[in-house]
Design a protein around this ligand. Structure first.
Ligand SMILES: Nc1nc2c(ncn2[C@@H]2O[C@H](COP(=O)(O)OP(=O)(O)OP(=O)(O)O)[C@@H](O)[C@H]2O)c(=O)[nH]1
Length: 449
């Protein structure tokens, strides 16, 4: 069920403060801001320790700095380490008793650092990004097939991907002729040849298929009422959003790489589930795109994400763990995603997400002509229905009853509380908090007409 997008500027918990700076300078500012915050935290912790030493303390994490790495001697960082060694691993700079005891005030400081990060990130994302599809190949999938598109962009050196359902969604850059290439060369990279080439080129030139009116029949009134009530939205708006067709505004998911969640089925997060669910929903409609960005660990990379996991095991949530490692809470940008969607001829979309920052960034940017007409929430199915066969493997890993808050639930709760994600929770965690299940089946069957 798609939703009109609420007022995300006021709803989000992570405010956006645009910073008019060049990317390099922005990164430097981020580093300095984070360093300042870490220093302040250490100073505060030190003076607190000197004045009130009555509170019981958790054991302090002992992280080696560059000078002691390799020795068996445990080492506790001092503020001096923070200023003298800017090349040392971030975690060593932030290590102190404060890692295990981040109080409210410190949390606010970390939050402020996160805000600076977001401003810097938005400034960076105004750079013009172009995407070039290198190859397209058909991938058999239960119930049909999709086309995997591998892209190069001028933003980084990674191979970003587009998982495309629907034969009519074509990449303009892939179809462009390359100097000296034969028909066989074109076939090998998945571009069209002969008569098909002319057809596809005409199609790409007109892109007329994206302007068809919505044509679905009545939606389920009860479900619309339920959603309107739950999210305090105007039922008329919800109804209008539910009538958008797959041709007019296809389902799109912008997904960020998560090796742990997707490849080794970790249930510390909901990433693996979300990818599978997005593929299921889009395949059900028969048309849509998943842009798969190689922004592992919200852009900090797998290695740093694993360090963040260890901090989480010491009691920090995903946001604080990133900040304590001197990374932004979320380092991702969406310039490549915008460029890929534009290359695929997608101008309007229903975005599968709960993330307000993602919506804002997709709509923003200097060159963006993209229209996110509504968002389709990604509720974890295990909140509402644990009998769905499609999710069996997930539940096998999860192995939990619904009244227990899993690690993935905690991860989702942090996203809602601290990152402005549109997910609702009741406290304390109990089955009562369950949000009504998205009435996707009824709606998506209708839009298939
Ligand atoms: N740094 C860090 N990244 C994580 C962690 N858990 C998952 N990720 C990464 O988070 C990214 C997915 O982002 P999420 O915040 O879960 O979701 P989202 O894409 O922002 O929002 P939705 O569109 O609503 O799913 C992937 O790149 C994961 O690798 C973690 O604990 N720390």
């Amino acid at each position: 069920m798609p939703f009109p997008i609420p007022d995300i500027d006021s709803a989000t918990a992570v405010p956006s403060t645009p910073v008019e700076k060049a990317p390099g300078r922005a990164a430097e500012m981020h580093f300095n801001a984070s360093l300042d915050v870490a220093l302040q935290i250490l100073e505060k912790q030190k003076s607190k320790d000197e004045t009130t030493d009555t509170e019981p303390k958790l054991p302090s994490p002992r992280l080696p700095t560059k000078s002691t790495r390799g020795s068996q001697e445990p080492y506790l960082a001092t503020p001096d380490d923070l200023i003298t060694d800017s090349t040392t691993c971030c975690s060593s700079r932030a290590s102190s008793a404060s890692l295990t005891e981040v109080n409210e005030e410190q949390k606010n400081q970390l939050e402020a650092a996160a805000t600076n990060d977001l401003g810097a990130k938005h400034a960076k994302d105004t750079e013009e990004v172009t995407a070039n599809c290198q190859v397209r190949a058909r991938i058999p999938y239960p119930g049909g097939h999709f086309y995997l598109h591998a892209y190069h962009t001028n933003e980084d050196k990674k191979e970003h991907l587009a998982i495309v359902f629907g034969d009519d969604i074509r990449s303009a850059s892939l179809e462009e002729p390359r100097e000296g290439e034969t028909d066989m060369d074109r076939k090998i990279r998945g571009a069209s040849t002969g008569a098909l080439r002319r057809l596809v080129s005409d199609d790409i030139a007109s892109r007329s298929m994206h302007t068809t009116d919505a044509a679905n029949s009545d939606s389920d009134v009860d479900q619309i009422d339920e959603y309107s009530r739950c999210f305090e939205l105007d039922p008329a708006e919800v109804f209008a959003a539910s009538r958008l067709s797959v041709v007019d505004a296809p389902l799109v998911r912008i997904h960020s790489e998560c090796f742990t969640g997707e490849t080794v089925s970790s249930v510390r997060c909901d990433c693996g589930y979300q990818l599978a669910e997005a593929m299921r929903l889009i395949q059900q409609e028969g048309r849509g795109v998943i842009v798969y960005l190689r922004q592992e660990g919200r852009g900090i990379g797998l290695l740093e994400k694993l360090k963040a996991y260890n901090l989480q095991d010491m009691g920090h949530d995903t946001v604080d763990a990133n900040l304590l490692l001197n990374h932004p809470a979320d380092a991702r940008t969406y310039g490549s995603a915008r460029a890929i969607l534009e290359d695929l001829g997608i101008s309007k979309m229903r975005l599968l997400t709960n993330n307000t920052d993602k919506i804002r960034q997709l709509r923003g940017g200097r060159k963006s002509n993209l229209d996110v007409v509504c968002h389709v929430p990604m509720y974890p199915r295990w909140w509402t229905d644990d009998s769905d066969g499609a999710q069996l493997s997930y539940f096998r890993h999860l192995g939990l009853k619904r009244d227990v808050m899993s690690e993935a639930d905690r991860y989702l709760q942090t996203k809602a509380k601290r990152m402005g994600h549109m997910l609702s929770f009741n406290e304390p965690f109990s089955p009562k908090f369950l949000t009504p299940r998205a009435p996707t089946s009824a709606l998506y069957t209708e839009t298939n007409n």
